[in-house]
Write a protein that binds this ligand. Structure first.
Ligand code: MLT
Length: 262
């Protein structure tokens, strides 16, 4: 693990002269949600994962996050490692960061992978839901919040048949700092809408959506894919919102094919 500006915890695997891929995790998870991708791609690629502040091993700091600050962290990371045209791969909240980063400076990236995410900002119902989440954390604690939130992310089938793996992920989420969780909820609630930029994206984009994703359903992912000219949309079967963990075989094969083509 390396520590960079803002004490961000960064993990690098694979040869540094290989094509870099930056994986950005979703909420309320950490860099370990990419373990199965890092293991698969480390032979041929320089894989970089990191923990968003307040989650995993990155300290919470003041907990006053904005989406712009989370993008600044990504740019700082790229500068710290002098990364040349990385492929950017973000899942859900990681996708929000990736989309805004592309909107701010597309030229520094080689390609984009959007998993179980969306370009629209939170609508009023979404914002009210974030407020409910913060209230839940204050009243019932981070553990209870994580228990309810994480369950919604995975397909029922995955939870039933991969109990041990599910429990491991849940355990890590439950350990999250309540201030960090609330900071991320506020950053997501306050993020801008990146939909207008979709039609302007010039780099190749792979869009992956879980067939049973309740949070960003297939129709949302498909519609987003249609708005991006150089994009391919693939539905990940037997997976909910966390496609990288729920169907790594399909996920890795699709990503590998995309990486070979760009
Ligand atoms: C995530 O998985 O990162 C979250 O579901 C994103 C969100 O709550 O909007």
């Amino acid at each position: 693990m390396d520590t960079i500006k803002n004490n961000l915890a960064v993990f690098q695997t694979g040869k540094e002269n290989n094509q870099p891929i930056i994986f950005i995790h979703g909420f309320p998870f950490d860099h370990k949600m990419w373990d199965l991708q890092v293991n698969y791609f480390k032979k041929d690629y320089h894989c970089i994962t990191y923990d968003i502040p307040g989650l995993g091993q990155s300290p919470t700091g003041d907990g006053q996050y904005t989406m712009e600050r989370l993008v600044d962290d990504l740019f700082n990371l790229m500068e710290s490692y002098n990364l040349d045209k990385p492929v950017l791969c973000g899942l859900s909240m990681g996708g929000y960061i990736a989309l805004r980063a592309i909107e701010r400076n597309e030229g520094i990236f080689k390609a984009l992978v959007l998993c179980d995410t969306k370009s629209e900002a939170d609508n009023n119902a979404g914002k009210i839901n974030r407020a409910k989440g913060i209230k839940e954390i204050n009243n019932a604690g981070a553990e209870k919040f994580a228990e309810i939130f994480v369950q919604k992310c995975f397909s029922e089938e995955f939870i039933k048949t991969n109990k041990e793996e599910y429990e491991k992920v849940l355990m890590r989420s439950k350990k999250s700092d309540p201030v960090g969780l609330k900071g991320c909820l506020l950053a997501m609630a306050g993020r801008t809408d990146t939909t207008e930029y979709l039609a302007k994206i010039k780099i190749p984009v792979l869009v992956l959506g879980g067939g049973e994703d309740k949070l960003t359903p297939p129709s949302v992912m498909k519609t987003m894919g249609k708005k991006i000219s150089h994009s391919e949309f693939l539905l990940v079967p037997e997976a909910g919102h966390v496609t990288s963990i729920e169907n790594p075989k399909f996920f890795n094969t699709a990503l590998e094919k995309f990486l070979k083509e760009i």
